[in-house]
Design a protein around this ligand. Structure first.
Ligand code: ZN
Ligand code: ZN
Length: 244
């Protein structure tokens, strides 16, 4: 039980960084975060996901540029639902490894010294993350093994939830706006708001993913908290779209 709880916390931390920093701030420039926030975001991203921000951005921008066409890196419409839901990591890796994608879609995010020293070394980051998790559970009297199990559970959970945004979020749910992505409140709850993927494709530069009445976007709460603390600035916060 403790391992599941610890894994859930780690996954939500990774998801918060993914949706607010990698997705909304870097890929779409929907908000700008202060350096005091960007650095911890980069550290958490490195230790909980091992993803390189510029690669994530390149793959994601390509997805927007070629949504559900043969060029889309992870389209369930092209590849089938299960190939994206279960094979998302492989699809991501092959798109991220293509230098053409990086040149074309992430020119504004060059690697810096910290990337070369630390953040480009995914296995090192994940290793540090596992050790911290084990030390954390050990300090709580739950033992080192609980931490190791929690770290493995977190990895599986994060991989499946990230895949869900690409697979479920283009297959099942509501389509209030005219695009191939879908909205699902349940998915949005567990993915920091990413489940409102139809809204997001309709208004990619909006820092808020909840557009219709009653929709709850947890990622937007974090954006608002950072904005109130003057640690982030939203590009625009009023989206005017007519539901189809
Ligand atoms: Zn999409
Ligand atoms: Zn996007």
């Amino acid at each position: 039980m403790a391992a599941i709880l610890a894994a859930f916390v780690a996954t939500q931390l990774a998801i918060a960084v993914t949706t607010v920093y990698l997705h909304r701030a870097l890929a779409h420039r929907a908000l700008t975060v202060a350096p005091a926030v960007a650095l911890p975001f980069r550290v958490i991203c490195w230790m909980t996901t091992g993803q390189r921000p510029r690669e994530w951005v390149a793959v994601h921008r390509k997805h927007h540029a070629a949504t559900d066409t043969p060029e889309d890196p992870h389209s369930p419409a092209q590849l089938g639902f299960w190939k994206v839901q279960l094979g998302n990591v492989g699809l991501y890796k092959s798109a991220a490894a293509d230098p053409t994608n990086l040149r074309k879609y992430a020119r504004d995010i060059p690697s810096d010294n910290l990337d070369r020293l630390l953040f480009d070394h995914a296995l090192l980051g994940l290793g540090v993350g596992i050790v911290i998790m084990m030390m954390f559970t050990w300090a709580l009297g739950l033992g080192l093994l609980t931490g190791l199990i929690a770290a493995l559970l977190h990895a599986g959970l994060y991989v499946m939830l990230a895949a869900s945004v690409n697979a479920v979020g283009h297959t099942f749910g509501k389509r209030p706006h005219a695009n191939s992505a879908t909205n699902g409140q349940l998915l949005a709850f567990v993915t920091g708001g990413e489940g409102f993927h139809n809204n997001h494709h309709a208004a990619p530069t909006s820092a808020r993913f909840s557009l219709q009445r009653g929709e709850i976007d947890p990622g937007w709460w974090l954006v608002q908290a950072l904005t109130k603390l003057k640690l982030a600035r939203v590009r625009h916060d009023e989206v005017h779209l007519k539901a189809a």
